[in-house]
Design a binder for this molecule. Structure first.
Ligand code: NDP
Length: 330
């Protein structure tokens, strides 16, 4: 039973020495508890924040203890009347092969209804993030021109396709490779896309959205945010989901230089956390589930195998190795 510990708090880009894969005792479940063999682990950008000591919305990982994260697995022992051996559950004790925890923290999932990995991605946390951020925070409405960054990633690819399915007049995405850009247009149906590494984001966005944008779904921050403010239309909305371009910075990044534009446009910029929007979960599953099943909403997963490669998979997300949700399969 191996689990990943945080050995020291990374400064800048996390280094392998900041982590340790350790052999841990397999704890049998106590009263009301279950023992779960994890099958798929989630690695997500927000975990970088939990590696720092700074207080934030999610508690910092403790040094010398197993890290946490989304996971799905099979119950192999149970002392709970609610969860049976053989059930599959979604829970937050990832970064390890086996997890022993109170059954009340387990959410049963059906492997017949959808592949297990989708409960971590397109039908899980990242899916709900896209749904809540676009529909609620950005107050998307039919006819909007939508720009999303990180568009080939888990959240971004779903934002763009949801906007199309819900009647956006134009959807533009940015991503970090020409292959990803091609995928956005050819497979996901974006109207335009560009590689942010190929030139100025502002210039590329202006070309892709000559009539401006009504919604910007920000996964990246930095020059993407500045470009979006620069292209914002009257009553435009910016939903700040993530700012992955600054997660490894050691100094606070400068903000957009053109925020005064929000006055003329009566623009709105608002951050959100998926954790505040779980009331939308039933509506999300009801609406998006059939689109995923029918293939109207496409998704990719990048799967890395083996508990020993979990750290590399996490670093890969920060580097952009992934297309769609990054998953570690054990
Ligand atoms: P992704 O699947 O999008 O993976 C992250 C992607 O970010 C990489 O694939 C990479 O793609 C891109 N990236 C990395 N560095 C940079 C950079 N410097 N500039 C631009 N792009 C970069 O991850 P998720 O879909 O899980 O998360 C997307 C965003 O949403 C993150 O910012 C995350 O923190 C945030 N988030 C927020 C939540 C909330 O509740 N607010 C919940 C879940 C996620 P590329 O090759 O294109 O560079």
């Amino acid at each position: 039973n191996r689990e990943w510990h945080l050995a020291s708090r990374p400064v800048g880009w996390p280094k392998p020495e900041d982590f340790a894969l350790v052999e841990a005792e397999l704890k049998q479940p106590g009263p009301g508890q279950v023992l779960v063999r994890n099958k798929h682990l989630s690695v997500d950008p927000y975990m970088r924040g939990r590696m720092s000591a700074a207080k934030s919305y999610a508690a910092p990982y403790e040094l010398g203890k197993a890290m946490q994260g989304g996971a799905v697995g099979e119950v192999v022992a149970s002392n709970s009347a609610d969860v049976a051996v053989g059930d599959h559950v979604l829970h937050s004790f990832g970064w390890r092969e086996y997890a022993t925890f109170d059954a009340k923290h387990a959410v049963k999932v059906d492997p017949q209804a959808a592949p297990l990995t989708t409960y971590l991605g397109v039908l899980g946390m990242t899916g709900l993030t896209a749904y809540a951020g676009l529909l609620r925070t950005a107050a998307f409405k039919e006819g909007d021109v939508v720009f999303v960054s990180g568009a080939a990633g888990a959240v971004g690819s779903q934002v763009g396709q949801l906007a199309k399915l819900k009647g956006a007049s134009r959807v533009i995405g940015s991503a970090g490779s020409d292959e990803k850009v091609e995928l956005l247009v050819k497979e996901y149906g974006f109207d335009a896309a560009f590689n942010y590494k190929n030139g100025s984001v502002s210039e590329q966005l202006r070309k892709a959205a000559p009539d401006g944008i009504d919604v910007y779904f920000d996964n990246v921050g930095g020059d993407h945010l500045e470009a979006a403010v620069g292209s914002l239309n009257l009553h435009g909305r910016i939903a700040v989901c993530g700012m992955i371009s600054v997660y490894n910075n050691t100094e606070p990044a400068p903000g957009p230089k053109n925020l005064a534009r929000l006055i003329a446009t009566r623009g709105r910029i608002e951050g959100f956390l998926v954790g505040d929007h779980y009331d939308l979960q039933p509506q999300f599953v009801e609406e998006v589930g059939p689109w995923v099943a029918s293939g109207d909403l496409k998704y990719r997963e990048t799967v890395v195998e083996g508990i020993e490669n979990t750290l590399e998979a996490f670093l890969g997300v920060l580097r952009g190795d992934n297309t769609g949700k990054m998953i570690v399969t054990l």
